[in-house]
Structure formats: structure tokens, C-alpha cells
Design a protein around this ligand. Structure first.
Ligand code: GLU
Length: 448
């Protein structure tokens, strides 16, 4: 049977995946992607998604890092069925609380004479034979343990009594009955060691799927300091969780269609390990912003308005009565919630900044000053203010000066907003209302 197709034959109820982060920093997009793929695979097959905190390295673990993992997963909507906070039948889910379990498993190795003391530490005796792993993404990987100089017996228990990563990781995957280990490619070469241990325990090995690295857009290796690396930064930068999930999914998984925009639910339905790429994913923050914009388009005005509100308040801008109408006018023009304050400030206050380039451009058109002066007077005479009646006044003003209405469009936009592009001109006229439009057009004509 083709090994890559094997997952499909497993009874859905048996699937158990886990995300096993070490809480040593913030939640990285690479970690979030590992969590996501484990989540998607478990959900797709009606299985169980376990969160296990690999916090045996006490010197490097912090409470903040633990919290960042929970917050990041919760924000992304990747709820775990078993783990910290939720409990489960295979706990505790913190490795730091599982010492007694590890001691029991270590004892099995000792009784079987698979470990020996070496300078206070304990080494695991590898079986001297080739070990082949069938990886669901990477294919077959073989390590030949016959050459002892290349593969010395590994320490599993340190002289201080603590256990190494390989040992606790394997014990927990067996104890927690994990069926599929989906993790970063950086662990690919560890896996034959894990298979050696599993064999020594007489356990049944899970299926492995090692997912490719994430590179920066320029092909360099993504580091912790790169922009976009920390999941915790995304909410305050104005991203939607659903968009970040969508973007992260595409970093290493190929939907095999032209479509790129998916909700979490759609990802669950479409995900398969067969379509995980072999080649590294390219992290492109611009692409992430584009994906975010596509998700923003799907929000109702109400949802968009309430999510954008904290960003507007943080920019010290007031929330006016026509706030929802304002949001409706700019909603499709921004990529991030954090773009909203700059996109609407001129609608919320009168002392907004004017773009110098725009002023220069309007000044270059000699007719603008007089035309705008006339337009201000015409606006002031409009009895029943609306986008249509204002536009009619604009047409008349242009015609009586022998100009084309189009000549007034850009200067009018500049006068009302201080910038060269933005919401539809009709929306601007409606949202600002007669008084403000008259005043802005008049003031602007005077500075030209
Ligand atoms: N704690 C390991 C890590 O964060 C887990 C590796 C695994 O998923 O097996 O890299």
C-alpha cells in the first residue's frame, strides 16, 4: 500500500494528534502552523487534538511563554480537546508534572537492559541496524545505526535525573496514544531515534508527517526577529484571526485549486497531508495583508465597525453618530483594521493633515482656485443636501466657468479629504454634510 495514502484507511475515531510546544518564547508562526495542521487533521477525521506543553527545560520556560501559546491558539480559534485548562484522560499535560510517569517508562528500559550508566548519565543502547521511517510528507528516511561512530548511544537521562527531549517526547506520544505526529522538518532526523525507543518499549509507532520549513520572502531562513514571526503581534496590527489562519495554512499546504481564501471550516474540509508541500513555505507579509483584506470583505459593516473601534479609539479619534456609514464607505479600501484610523480621520475631525503633493497638484491647475471658490458658494445655495444635489451644483459651477465637471473632481476630493484617493466622492459629500463641505471647499480654495 502507498504509504502516503495510509492515513485515509485509518478509522476516523482513532485519530489523535498533538501540538507539543516548548514554552521558551512567544508563539511563532511556524509553531502556529504546526498547531493548525494538527488541528485540521484531527478535526477532518473526527479525531482528538491534544495540547501538550513540553516544559521540561525549566531554565528556559516562562509563564509568559505558556500564556502566549494559549492566547495565540485561542485567538486563532484552534481549540484543543485535551490539554491544559481542559484536562483529559491522559494528563497531566505539562511535561514538568509527569516525572513519575517517565520514571516508570525508564524502568522498563533498565529492566530490559536497554540503558546503561555512563558518567552519572544513562545512555540508551541503540539497536545496531538500519531504521527506516515512512514519513507521510517526506517519504522514506533511513538512518543506519550499524555505524556506531556516527550514531553513538544516546543519553536519555541526565546525571541530575532529568530526562532528555527524545525520551519524554516518545513516552508521551505513546502514553497519550498519539496516532499522527505532525511537526516541523527540524525534527525529521530525530525520528529514527524515536522509532528506536518505541521499538524498545514494544510500542506502536505513530504515523509521522514532517512539514517543511518557513522561509522569508527573499528565501532566507525565518528568524524570531523577522516581522510577522510572532502570532501575538497580529491582533494589534489589525489582522483578523481567520485571515492569519488562512495565510498560515497556505504556508506549506497546497489547496490544489485556484482558490486561496478559506475559512477555518473550509480548511478542515479540504485539508489533507497528501497536499502538504515538500518545498519550504515562503512567508510574505504583503500576501498576508492581501488575504486579510479578502477576509475583511466578508465582514458585515457591524462586525467590521466593532472590530475597528479600538483602533480608532487608540488613535484618539471620536466615534461619531454616523460611524457605521463611515465604515461602510471605507471598509473595502483597507487591508488591516490598523489602516482604518488614517483612512477615516478626515471624516471624524476637521484638523486633519493635507497631503502636500495633493495640494501641489491642485495648485498646478490654475483654474482650481476660482472654481473651488465658486463651488463653495454654489454648495452653500444647495437647499436639500445630498450627494446628487451637490453633484448637480458641481456640474453647474463647472459649466458656467466653461470647464468640465471632471476638472473639479480631484480638487473637490482634495478639499474634502486632504488626499488624492479614498472613499467614493458621493459618500464623502453625504458623510460630511453641507456645512463641512462648504467650509472645507472654501478654506481649501483660499490656501491655493
Ligand atoms: N517540543 C518540541 C518542539 O517544540 C516538540 C516536537 C514535536 O512536536 O515532537 O519542537
Amino acid at each position: 500500500m502507498d504509504v502516503r495514502g495510509f492515513a485515509a484507511y485509518i478509522s476516523p475515531m482513532t485519530i489523535r494528534t498533538r501540538f507539543a510546544p516548548s514554552p521558551t518564547g512567544y508563539l511563532h508562526v511556524g509553531g502556529a502552523r504546526t498547531a493548525l495542521f494538527n488541528y485540521l487533521f484531527a478535526r477532518k477525521h473526527g479525531g482528538t487534538f491534544v495540547l501538550r506543553v513540553e516544559d521540561t527545560d525549566e531554565a528556559r520556560n516562562t509563564d509568559e511563554a505558556r500564556q502566549a501559546i494559549f492566547d495565540g491558539l485561542n485567538w486563532l480559534g484552534l481549540s484543543w480537546d485535551e490539554g491544559p485548562q481542559n484536562g483529559g484522560d491522559f494528563g497531566p499535560y505539562y511535561q514538568s508534572e509527569r516525572k513519575a510517569i517517565y520514571d516508570t517508562w525508564f524502568e522498563k528500559l533498565r529492566v530490559a537492559d536497554r540503558v546503561y550508566e555512563d558518567g552519572g548519565a544513562w545512555r540508551f543502547r541503540f539497536e545496531r541496524k538500519p531504521i527506516t521511517m515512512h514519513d507521510l510528507v517526506c517519504g522514506d528516511v533511513t538512518i543506519d545505526y550499524r555505524d556506531e561512530s556516527n550514531t553513538p548511544d544516546m543519553v536519555v537521562k541526565r546525571s541530575d535525573g532529568s530526562y532528555v527531549f527524545h525520551f519524554v517526547n516518545v513516552v508521551d506520544d505513546l502514553e497519550m496514544q498519539i496516532t499522527h505526529v505532525i511537526r516541523g522538518e527540524d525534527h525529521l532526523m530525530n525520528t529514527p531515534k524515536h522509532l528506536q525507543l518505541i521499538e524498545a518499549f514494544g510500542g506502536e509507532a505513530p504515523q509521522y508527517a514532517h512539514i517543511p520549513l518557513i522561509l522569508n520572502a527573499d528565501g532566507s531562513k525565518m528568524s524570531k526577529r523577522d516581522a510577522g514571526a510572532a502570532v501575538g503581534d497580529y491582533p494589534r496590527q489589525g489582522f483578523l484571526a481567520s485571515a492569519v489562519v488562512n495565510f498560515i495554512a497556505l504556508l506549506g499546504w497546497n489547496p490544489k485549486t485556484e482558490e486561496e481564501i478559506f475559512s477555518l471550516e473550509e480548511l478542515v474540509n479540504r485539508f489533507s497531508l497528501e497536499n502538504v508541500n515538500r518545498a519550504p513555505g515562503r512567508f510574505d507579509l504583503e500576501k498576508c495583508k492581501w488575504v486579510n483584506q479578502q477576509h475583511l470583505l466578508g465582514l458585515s459593516v457591524e462586525d467590521f465597525a466593532s472590530a475597528a473601534k479600538p483602533f480608532i479609539e487608540a488613535a484618539d479619534l471620536p466615534i461619531p453618530e454616523n460611524y457605521h456609514a463611515i465604515i461602510a464607505a471605507v471598509k473595502e479600501k483597507v487591508r488591516l483594521f490598523s489602516d482604518v484610523p488614517a483612512a477615516v480621520d478626515f471624516l471624524l475631525k476637521d484638523d486633519f493633515a493635507c497631503d502636500e503633493e495633493v495640494i501641489t497638484k491642485v495648485r498646478g491647475n490654475v483654474a482650481s482656485k476660482n472654481l473651488l471658490g465658486n463651488l463653495a458658494s454654489a454648495f452653500a445655495e444647495v437647499p436639500d443636501w445630498s450627494a446628487d444635489s451637490a453633484k448637480a451644483a458641481l456640474n453647474e459651477t463647472a459649466q458656467s466657468a466653461g470647464a468640465k465637471p471632471g476638472q473639479l473632481m480631484f480638487p473637490l476630493r482634495a478639499a474634502l479629504s486632504g488626499r488624492g484617493h479614498g472613499p467614493d466622492l458621493g459618500d464623502l459629500l453625504n458623510l460630511l454634510g453641507k456645512e463641512r463641505c462648504v467650509e472645507r471647499v472654501r478654506n481649501f480654495s483660499q490656501i491655493l
